[in-house]
Ligand binder design. Structure first.
Ligand code: ZN
Length: 179
């Protein structure tokens, strides 16, 4: 079986399995060419285990967009006062959004500063709020992770070659999370 045929079979299986999780495309959440990936599997690229993407390099308060390509429901967990220098709120997550998928998968955006755009909403790459540092964040950034039953996974960003220093502006594919 050639590769094209295998891809076709995989696509059919994904459509037929009603409870099957599938990979979706995630693009950079900040429409600013200065936006960069600051951490991947390790904090600040070489620190302790992180297993997620931290995206920053822009000013606190820059607009933050929903990163998934396609219409998804982003559920807001708020209640933290906006800050650009960190806080202890929501267990270190700060204000955050969660997109829930099948089979225990979810996709999260943490440390957000909220504004009038920050509500639970169903949309495609809409405004969600601002880059901030609510929760455990020493600099303004957004933390993106893809988890299954609460365990953070790496394949969603390694599969597309996202490394520390990569662009995370809104035109760049940064991962293919499973949902
Ligand atoms: Zn992080």
């Amino acid at each position: 079986m050639n590769v094209r045929k295998m891809l076709h079979v995989a696509a059919v299986l994904a459509v037929c399995g009603s409870s099957a999780a599938s990979a979706v495309t995630a693009v950079g959440p900040i429409c600013n060419s200065a936006a960069k990936v600051l951490s991947t599997t390790y904090y600040s690229c070489t620190g302790s285990t992180h297993t997620a993407l931290d995206i920053g390099g822009v000013a606190c308060g820059d607009p933050l967009y929903a990163p998934l390509v396609g219409v998804y429901t982003y559920k807001l967990y708020g209640g933290c006062a906006n800050t650009c220098s960190g806080s202890s709120c929501n267990g270190g997550a700060g204000n955050y959004f969660v997109v829930s998928g099948a089979n225990g998968w979810d996709f999260r955006l943490l440390h957000i500063n909220t504004d009038a755009n920050s509500t639970t909403k169903t949309c495609d790459r809409c405004l969600l709020g601002k880059v901030g540092a609510t929760g455990s964040a020493t600099t303004p950034h957004v933390h993106l992770d893809n988890r299954q039953y609460g365990t953070r996974k790496t394949a969603w960003y390694t599969s597309v070659g996202t490394t520390c220093g990569s662009s995370a502006s809104c035109g760049t594919t940064i991962g293919q999370p499973t949902l």
